[in-house]
Design a binder for this molecule. Structure first.
Ligand code: SF4
Length: 346
């Protein structure tokens, strides 16, 4: 074990060798070895890091894929769980809660579909008071748009429920967070079972849905080899959509005072995920612009091919949880991001 740590440190302390090593692999259309990629993850910000990341940008430029904007519609932000980093955790009194009615989810979704979007993420907290049958109704309605790719990110269900979601027309189910390190998973998800999470992943797959994953980058105690391990697991499982979320300390959470993810770590993780998962959709949340203005373009150049766009900031919510949608600014902001993505595609 000590030996492995020493080897990684050796490489990250000799960035010239690392540069030439990675360059050699990429020139030969090969994926660099594990030691190089973990060393890259550990490499501090300096000129050499910029040089190495440029290798990945050049490599990605040859792929010539188009990037897209993916709306993320949150239909309830109630949650009975307590994940340490998450603003939706049950004990957070600093956010306004809402639970959309099925007819409103359907209305907003069709507005999005009619704007021409063909991938939609429906997202929710672990809301025990949102009836499963209503999720099914929404999916049955939206799947009338035959070329719509519908992804549900609402936690773990039973095998029978995953199968029912598939029959209703759902394409993919999304689960969250790093699974390469069970201890890290347990640290941030108290009262959640790691084994159940793995089982849920198998159920999604065996019910005929594709598996999507959200992974938060930059959490305290998250190690370089855990991030690398996650990227490898995505490859082994064959993840359809990998959502790399920047860790931004959330108000009202135990991590409120932690540091946000450095941009360089996001870029490294995107580069490695892209290399190991050439056919996956890799999304970055537009929230990254809150901490690094103008970073979307960098993320796309190094390997992301989608920007997810949370719609809830355009919900106007009162103290009682009543809500309405602010459609005009929502549309304007989406058009702005579309332009940014088009300029990164050029
Ligand atoms: S990560 Fe999901 S389950 Fe955990 S608190 Fe946030 S919304 Fe709830």
């Amino acid at each position: 074990m000590c030996m492995v740590v020493w080897e990684h440190t050796f490489f990250s302390e000799m960035p010239d060798i690392l540069y030439h090593n990675i360059n050699q692999f990429l020139k030969n259309n090969q994926v660099p070895d594990e030691r190089s990629l973990i060393s890259l993850m550990e490499l501090p910000e300096n000129n050499q890091l910029g040089r190495i990341l440029n290798l990945f940008i050049e490599n990605n430029r040859l792929r010539k894929t188009e990037s897209q904007l993916i709306p993320k519609l949150s239909f309830t932000n109630h949650c009975s769980r307590h994940c340490l980093f998450c603003t939706l955790r049950q004990h957070n009194k600093k956010i306004k809660r809402y639970r959309l009615k099925p007819e409103d989810i359907i209305y907003l979704s069709w507005q999005i579909i009619n704007m021409g979007y063909r991938t939609l993420i429906l997202q929710a907290g672990h809301d025990v008071n949102f009836p499963f049958v209503q999720i099914i109704q929404v999916i049955e309605n939206l799947s009338k748009q035959v070329d719509l790719k519908l992804i549900l990110s609402a936690g773990e269900f039973s095998f029978d429920q995953f199968a029912a979601l598939r029959r209703a027309g759902l394409d993919s189910c999304m689960l969250s967070e790093s699974i390469a390190d069970p201890d890290l998973f347990r640290r941030y998800h108290p009262y959640t079972s790691y084994l159940h999470r793995i089982r849920a992943m198998e159920w999604i797959h065996s019910s005929g849905l594709s598996v999507s994953i959200t992974n938060r980058i930059g959490l305290p105690y998250q190690l370089a080899n855990t991030l690398y391990g996650d990227a490898m697991i995505f490859k082994q499982i064959g993840i359809d959509l990998i959502a790399l979320e920047p860790f931004i300390p959330g108000i009202g959470t135990p991590l409120e005072k932690a540091n946000p993810v450095p941009l360089s770590l996001m870029l490294k993780m995107i580069a490695i995920c892209r290399l190991l998962n050439p056919d996956s959709t890799i999304t970055i949340s537009s929230e990254i612009e809150q901490i690094f203005e103008g970073s979307i373009e960098e993320c796309i150049k190094i390997g992301a091919n989608a920007i997810s766009f949370p719609l809830e900031k355009f919900y106007v919510i009162d103290e009682s949880g009543n809500y309405k949608f602010d459609m005009k600014p929502m549309e304007e902001m989406m058009n702005q991001y579309k332009l940014q993505i088009e300029s990164a595609n050029d």
